[in-house]
Design a binder for this molecule. Sequence first.
Ligand code: NAP
Length: 320
Amino acid sequence: MYVRLPLGSAVSGGRSSQPPAARRPGAGTRSQSYCRFSVRSERTMSSVPVAVVTGSNKGIGFAIVRAMCKQFPGDVYLTARDPGRGQEAVAKLQEEGLHPLFHQLDIDDLQSIRALRDFLKEKYGGLNVLVNNAAIAFKVHDQTPFAVQAEVTLKTNFFGTRNICTELLPIMKPYGRVVNVSSMASSSALGSCSQELQKKFRSNTITEEELVELMTKFVEDTKKNVHEKEGWPNAAYGVSKIGVTVLSRIQARMLNEKRKGDHILLNACCPGWVRTDMAGPKAPKSPEEGAETPVYLALLPSDADGPHGQFVSEKTVQTW
Ligand code: NAP
């Protein structure tokens, strides 16, 4: 029997009245390896597994939602900062016979993040899978002053992603999976940092507060035009993704220290060079191909004990 509880107020979009395991092809077999909640025949609403993908109205995020709708035995939330673009994306997937749900989410807006958190707590009692995909990048020839590019890029890619993690990691359920979409640009930017900065970013003891200080310092240094003298590369996007990769290493360490028994796996990854609005039409990978590594990490089976705290590309752990 499937017990349906009252919906949280923030939801829009629709869901089938059937339990997710019954309406998704292949969900029955996958659910057994995924998580112990999903094999119960009697389930309350809060035992329905739930996945959230940030910035998923287009590009790689959209392809991640599509793949998750096919493979994840639970509710999959397509989120977007703009509800119109989000609903349009949901409609596209519905035309393909898929059933994503929608929730508004602007990762730059703490109120929006907290509204999603409260909704997930109330409707599902937490969260099973979080894919932090949303990000921005200025085009190479953009004439916006570098200091502005640095501030705007770090605001979304690093500080926005961190705010999501601050609010949503505490509600991750046991056997949860967290994927922070970073980029190989983080590795190349790391290689262009001073030896002193590289040592800090590779440290196994750096704290989140120290990382936040460093990311803030980068933005301040660009405003004073001393960032290169201070050992930073001329790459706002690359530095923002250093922040995402290092944040993931720190968060994984914290999970080991504080919630070891919950078996949550958290990783950063690169999707590859993918044909999207961000990367342009010349990139070799389709969005579906770009989604493969993030989806692999999002669906690591419940008996997996890794990867965890790694930077993963092409489903392979990379040296940081
Ligand atoms: P994209 O096509 O530009 O899509 C980015 C998505 O993020 C859009 O849905 C965008 O929404 C959303 N977004 C931006 N700011 C947001 C905010 N404040 N709140 C919520 N959503 C926000 O980019 P993509 O190529 O698919 O990139 C997806 C991820 O892969 C990013 O993390 C990117 O850095 C990473 N990545 C991409 C490549 C590549 O080759 N494409 C390579 C390495 C890493 P709007 O439509 O509202 O703008």
